[in-house]
Design a protein around this ligand. Structure first.
Ligand code: SF4
Ligand code: SF4
Length: 377
C-alpha cells in the first residue's frame, strides 16, 4: 500500500479538526461531514447508540476486562458462536449478568442452512444467558454465494420472533460482497476489516456505500499488525493500539470498532481513542510500523484470489497466520486452519520451486505460507 497523496489529504483533513464532539447522529458520508473522534456514534439506522470503541471479546475473554469495559463506557460487545466452540459466548454471558440491558450484544453464526442458523441462535442465547441479541450476524461471508437465501430467511424469521433486534453479516472482503448485501437490502449492520494496515481506496468506497444505505459499519482487525510486535500476553509498552484505533475513527462512516484486548491496561488505553485527536506522532508511528511489516502482513486485498494452481486459499491461510504472528493467538490460528478441507491442508508450498503469486503489496507469499503450514497444519 502506497502512502499516496489522496490518502495524505484524507489524513490531513482529520488532523485539521477540532478535538471531539460527544455524540454523532446518523448521517451518510455523502453529507461531507469532516471526520472527528466521537465517544458514541449511531449504528446506521438501527437507532442504537454505540461506543466508538467496542469490545471484540475473542475466543477466551477475561470477565474482569469485560466488566471494566462497561465501567469505562464501552457498550458494544461482539462475539461468535464459533469462538472456542461456544466458550466465548458462555464467558461473555456470565460476565454480562445483571448488565445485559446496558450493552449492545452481537454474535455470529457460521451456519448456511435455515435450520442450522436457527439452531445456532438458540445455542447462542443459551450460552449468553439472554433472551435476545441486538445483532445476529452471518459470520465471515467473503463471497456472495456464502450469503445464502435460506440463511437470510432464517435471520429475518429470528428478527420477527424477537430473538434478535437486527441482523448483519461479517466479511473480510467487503468489496466482493457489497453488491450482494445492498441488493438483498435486509442487513442492518455489516462488520468488516478496516485498519491503517488494511486501508485501500476500494475498501473505503464500499464502506461509504454501506453508510449511504444506512447500514451500520463495525470495523474489525483494527489494531492487529500495526499495534505492536509483542505477544499478546506481554503488556504493550507503547500506545500503538491507541493510534491504530484513532486512525480508524477518522472515518465517520465507521460506527464502532471491536478490538480484542487482553488486559485492563490495554483496554484503558484503547478507550482514549473515543475522545483524543489523531496526531502527527500517531501517523508517524503507524506509517513506520506499516512499512516494517510489509513483507509479512497480508493486506487482504484479494488480488491473488484463485491464482494458486494447487488451490491454496492464500489470503485465508495468511490471515490465520496473522492471528498467531500479530495477534499472539495460536489456538485461533490453529482452529481456523484445521477447518480447511483436508485436500488443501495437504498442500505444501515448500514443494514449489517458484510461487505463482507475486503480491503487489510486497508480501513474501511463499515464505509466509510455508510458515503457516509448518506451524498450523
Ligand atoms: S497476499 Fe498480497 S495479493 Fe494476496 S491478498 Fe494478501 S496482500 Fe493481497
Ligand atoms: S507456493 Fe505453490 S502451492 Fe503455495 S501458493 Fe505459491 S503456487 Fe500455490
Amino acid at each position: 500500500m502506497k502512502f499516496d497523496s489522496s490518502r495524505r489529504k484524507f489524513l490531513q483533513a482529520g488532523l485539521a479538526l477540532p478535538a471531539a464532539g460527544l455524540v454523532s447522529s446518523y448521517q451518510p458520508l455523502s453529507a461531507n461531514r469532516v471526520p472527528q473522534p466521537t465517544a458514541y456514534r449511531m449504528l446506521g439506522k438501527t437507532g442504537l447508540r454505540v461506543s466508538a470503541v467496542g469490545s471484540g471479546v475473542g475466543i477466551t475473554p477475561d470477565p474482569e476486562v469485560l466488566a471494566r469495559a462497561i465501567d469505562l463506557g464501552v457498550n458494544y460487545f461482539d462475539t461468535a458462536r464459533g469462538y472456542g466452540a461456544g466458550e466465548s459466548e458462555h464467558i461473555t454471558g456470565a460476565a454480562l449478568k445483571g448488565k445485559r440491558s446496558r450493552v449492545v450484544l452481537a454474535s455470529k453464526t457460521d451456519a448456511r442452512t435455515k435450520a442450522d442458523v436457527i439452531k445456532d441462535m438458540d445455542a447462542s442465547l443459551k450460552a449468553l444467558d439472554t433472551d435476545y441479541l441486538d445483532i445476529w450476524h452471518l459470520h465471515s461471508r467473503d463471497t456472495p454465494d456464502t450469503i445464502t437465501d435460506e440463511a437470510v430467511e432464517a435471520c429475518l424469521l429470528l428478527k420477527e420472533q424477537g430473538k434478535t433486534r437486527f441482523i448483519g453479516t461479517s466479511t473480510h472482503d467487503i468489496n466482493a460482497v457489497v453488491d450482494t448485501i445492498l441488493k438483498i437490502g435486509q442487513f442492518d449492520v455489516v462488520q468488516t476489516t478496516y485498519s491503517y494496515a488494511l486501508n485501500a481506496p476500494f475498501r473505503q468506497a464500499s464502506i461509504a456505500r454501506l453508510n449511504e444505505a444506512g447500514i451500520g459499519v463495525v470495523a474489525m482487525k483494527v489494531i492487529i499488525a500495526v499495534a505492536g510486535f509483542v505477544p499478546r500476553d506481554v503488556e504493550l509498552k507503547d500506545d500503538g493500539p491507541l493510534a491504530a484505533i484513532k486512525w480508524v475513527l477518522l472515518n465517520p462512516a465507521i460506527s464502532t470498532t471491536v478490538p480484542y484486548v487482553k488486559n485492563i491496561a490495554e483496554l484503558e488505553m484503547n478507550v482514549r481513542a473515543m475522545t483524543e485527536p489523531y496526531t502527527p506522532a500517531d501517523e508517524k508511528m503507524l506509517y513506520v510500523r506499516n512499512e516494517a511489516i510489509r513483507s509479512r502482513y497480508c493486506r487482504m486485498c484479494y488480488e491473488c484470489k484463485g491464482q494458486c494452481p494447487k488451490g491454496v486459499p492464500v489470503t485465508d491461510e495468511l490471515r490465520f497466520l496473522a492471528y498467531n504472528d500479530f495477534g499472539g493467538n495460536y489456538s485461533q490460528a490453529h482452529d481456523y486452519f484445521s477447518r480447511l478441507p483436508q485436500k488443501i491442508r495437504k498442500v505444501h508450498c515448500s514443494d514449489c520451486e517458484v510461487c505463482a503469486i507475486q503480491c503487489p503489496n510486497g508480501v513474501d507469499v511463499q515464505k509466509r505460507l510455508i510458515r503457516a503450514q509448518g506451524m498450523l497444519a
